[in-house]
Design a protein around this ligand. Sequence first.
Ligand code: G3P
Length: 225
Amino acid sequence: MQIYVDSANLDDIKHAASLGILSGVTTNPSLLAKEDPSVDVRERILEIHRIVGGHCSVEVVSTDKDGMLREADEILEWFPQATIKIPMIADGLAATSELAKRNVPVNMTLIFSATQALAANNAGAAYVSVFLGRLDDIATPGIDVISDTREIWEKQGLESKILAASLRHPLHLLQVAKAGAHIATTPYKVIIQSLKHPLTDAGLDKFLADYHKMQAEIAELRKQA
Ligand code: G3P
């Protein structure tokens, strides 16, 4: 399963990218709105793309098909490798279908059911972003939607990538990997949390302490010789 970072924060993205485990980045208007408004959105996106290099999803904010297509063209002028993120609404499906005919990759977002995922796939989306955390927030198991989607994909031989989004903690990461998501887009904090294990830290402390103890003993023996 590939890992993308779900962020618009340059420091977090730089650090996550430096770990060598990232295949891409997803942004959305809410993530962009958390950052310094004095940095132009286009500049920020281009910088993010420069840092990560791989997949970079940029979301449109229009809610009508023509507006979405206009925005998609603007984003593709910024950088032609962009993946256009489009919401799962009727106009979004129509815009996705047009972009797919032009071989422009679309990440269809705000998907909360397997039937929405199927529609996004059929419209030609290259990625279907299924939101987990927001379903969990309303006492509906988000992981079931990923599992159902994966089951349908296997039975029907569908090819768009299942992108697990709205992840809140490392357990989500584990669950979506087991459920067969192709990609998980993950907040920076969750990436860092998922790498930590207290036994790794304790084990390293012990290795280093033993090494330094041995070095001290060697130095002592040399002194006595
Ligand atoms: O990028 C879409 C998604 O990952 C948002 O997550 O935490 O706002 O539900 P969240």
